[in-house]
Write a protein that binds this ligand. Structure first.
Ligand code: SF4
Ligand code: SF4
Length: 386
């Protein structure tokens, strides 16, 4: 029998939701949701499970990850119970439950913890540079640029990047394994190996495209209405932001020797073009999403949790300091380049270490894995029933 947690409603409120008690179970929200289906019915079921305190059922559910926060359910809810916000809160709560270190729960429920962790990691980077930086030469390179690699040799920075990538991959992957046990193993369905391989494409496809997101936006309302409302903008800008992030992450972790050169390439060189694309995506994304959160004229940005702001601010500062480093470096301004470079890493490091495995960025991994695990369970059930 499912265990009931009477304190669950209070618990989930810490993750952002507050109005769901008003729900009288009419089912309008599920009827209007373009992403719900017979295999996974939501958001009404999530509302009901939350109100009843069925914590164990919620822990093993994938539905919160199948929702892309279009907000249609909240707009049409006659009781203003805000089911879309509950789905968002459940995603935060699940992120905390997958995380075996307990840090994610701390960051989502305590501003002090999150800000304290960001400051600690920033100071750590500052101290590394105070004690270990190279000479601050004012001699410029033959092209008139700053010799950044004398101050911060890319080989040394790359070792730090690998250590960071190893750590955050360890946390994220171990949390995904935990998620697997909570969803797939809990279902007690035997899944043949060939199904794991057959459904693997879904993981890659959804990770690369976030395709359900665009489906969510395009199926409610006519195309014209959606264009007018700017609904597609959200997916396009989200895609720009995500692809910019993936490109930048790949270049700083896997290709730093190619990316952080003292030689100033012409503007059309692939190194600069990729850097410009990534910067453009991150800048447009952070400005656009901040604007929507300030305006609050959209269901999905009406309620901002403080972690939404921390994420956007860190990403924006990382982008702006990155642009400044580039400008100062190519214009031959050594001291400004060095100081801003240190500040850039003081923002970048905590942004990646906190957001990727423990907070907002982790949804980029949890969503496609949830779709993958869900496909596995549904396909295995179908096979067993045949
Ligand atoms: S959340 Fe609103 S629309 Fe959905 S079942 Fe409850 S009252 Fe009905
Ligand atoms: S926010 Fe959109 S996708 Fe999510 S449950 Fe509501 S209607 Fe469905």
């Amino acid at each position: 029998m499912a265990r009931i947690n009477p304190g669950f409603k209070k618990e989930i409120q810490k993750y952002g939701s507050f109005d769901f008690n008003a729900c009288y179970n009419c089912g309008n929200c599920t009827a209007v949701c373009s992403l719900t289906d017979a295999g996974n019915s939501f958001p009404r079921k999530m509302l009901r499970d939350t109100v009843l305190g069925l914590e164990d059922d919620l822990k093993s559910s994938v539905e919160p990850w199948l929702c892309y926060y279009c907000g249609d359910c909240s707009t049409t809810c006659p009781r203003e119970a805000d089911p879309a916000l509950l789905m968002m809160s459940l995603r935060r709560w699940l992120t905390a439950k997958y995380d075996w270190t307990g840090l994610s729960g701390k960051f989502y429920t305590s501003k002090r913890w999150e800000i304290g962790a960001i400051l600690t990691l920033s100071v750590f980077i500052l101290l590394l540079f105070v004690f270990f930086h190279g000479p601050m030469t004012t001699e410029l390179t033959p092209e008139g640029g700053v010799a950044l690699n004398t101050f911060a040799p890319w080989q040394a920075v790359e070792i730090g990047d690998w250590a960071m990538a190893g750590l955050l991959s360890f946390f994220l992957i171990s949390n995904i394994v935990h998620m697997y046990f909570m969803i797939v193993r809990k279902s007690r369905i035997r899944i043949p190996l060939k199904l794991y391989l057959k459904e693997f494409w879904a993981l890659i496809f959804h990770f690369a495209t976030q395709w359900r997101f665009s489906k969510c936006e395009s199926e409610s309302g006519t195309r014209r209405e959606n264009l007018k409302k700017g609904k597609y903008n959200y997916w396009v800008v989200h895609f720009l932001l995500m692809s910019g992030y993936v490109i930048l992450f790949t270049m700083i972790v896997g290709m730093l020797g190619w990316f952080q050169t003292d030689e100033i390439h012409p503007w059309w060189h692939p190194q600069r073009m990729l850097g410009y694309y990534a910067t453009f995506g991150l800048l447009i994304g952070t400005i656009y999403f901040s604007y929507l959160r300030i305006k609050k004229n959209n269901e999905k940005t009406k309620h901002s949790h403080y972690t939404d702001w921390t994420f956007l601010i860190l990403l924006f500062l990382t982008t702006v300091t990155g642009i400044l480093v580039h400008l100062f470096r190519i214009n031959g301004m050594p001291y400004l380049t060095y100081y801003i470079y240190v500040i850039h890493l003081m923002v970048l490091f905590p942004m990646l270490m906190i957001e990727v495995p423990f907070s907002k960025w982790s949804h980029l991994a949890y969503r496609p894995f949830a779709i993958y695990f869900n496909n596995l369970v549904l396909a295995a059930r179908k096979q067993n029933a045949a």
